[in-house]
Design a binder for this molecule. Sequence first.
Ligand SMILES: NC(=O)c1ccc[n+]([C@@H]2O[C@H](COP(=O)([O-])OP(=O)(O)OC[C@H]3O[C@@H](n4cnc5c(N)ncnc54)[C@H](OP(=O)(O)O)[C@@H]3O)[C@@H](O)[C@H]2O)c1
Length: 265
Amino acid sequence: MGEWAAEGGVGCVLFLKLFPSSYRSRKPEEPGALWCTCHKKPLVKAACTRSLKALKLDYLDLYLMHWPMGFKSGEADLPMDHNGMIIPSNTDFLDTWEAMENLVATGLVRAIGVSNFNHEQLERILKKPNLRFKPVTNQIECHPYLTQKNLISFCQSRNVSVTAYLPLGGCSGGMHLMEDPTIQTIAQKHRKSAAQILIRFQIQRNVRVIPKSVNPKQILENFQVFDFELSEEDMTDLLGLDRNLRLATFPITENHKDYPFRTEF
Ligand SMILES: NC(=O)c1ccc[n+]([C@@H]2O[C@H](COP(=O)([O-])OP(=O)(O)OC[C@H]3O[C@@H](n4cnc5c(N)ncnc54)[C@H](OP(=O)(O)O)[C@@H]3O)[C@@H](O)[C@H]2O)c1
């Protein structure tokens, strides 16, 4: 496995594949997630240990399965065939989950969760015979252009929290979510920034939210979301912006048996 596959590297490789070139100016971080080339049971502990070493920690509070899809293990983080499509591994994410449960049992991580799982995939884990630890969260792309109503209500009905990634619509060159006139109007009404509206929107849906910024002023701003409340009408307007617009489609994995975005939610 390449050096990238431990921490920020994987995030960065994935980032370059997921997003257009205008996105490629910064390196995203993906701490605490198991990369797809490490889904084989014997590889899981080694991957987690590498993460701990890279982060200089004794344990992780939360470790996620980054995608339900396993890729061929080896040097490349994105092993591709001659058509530029991902080469899968013959793994089943239920087996990978068992190996992740062992990480909790041995104290390397406190809790485990999943990312980019659709509701059928999540249900498979929840219904797994002899399940020892259920996923505490499903980290999914979520913002007003992809509100994820059905998946959120499914997760919450099963007591699995939802974490919203790309809550601000990602970096510039993306979908310009923060410039949306409806969001701007709500922001002006509350004397808040568009980013603060987007963060508060998730909080009021009982969704965890992980906006990212490298700018200290904006990092501070992104915490100042507990001194106002969006009205029911604001929430309805924001939910009304849904257009099922997914940024992180990961097209090179579309043929994978566990590609998560074929089903409605
Ligand atoms: N599980 C997965 O598959 C997956 C996939 C993608 C992303 N993620 C994670 O999701 C998290 C967020 O993703 P992201 O960074 O790609 O998207 P994001 O948080 O939606 O957007 C980040 C962009 O918003 C800007 N920004 C942040 N705060 C702002 C503010 N107050 N005002 C104006 N602009 C602001 C940032 O610029 P500045 O830095 O200049 O402030 C950056 O360009 C990250 O931790 C990422 O690792 C997970």
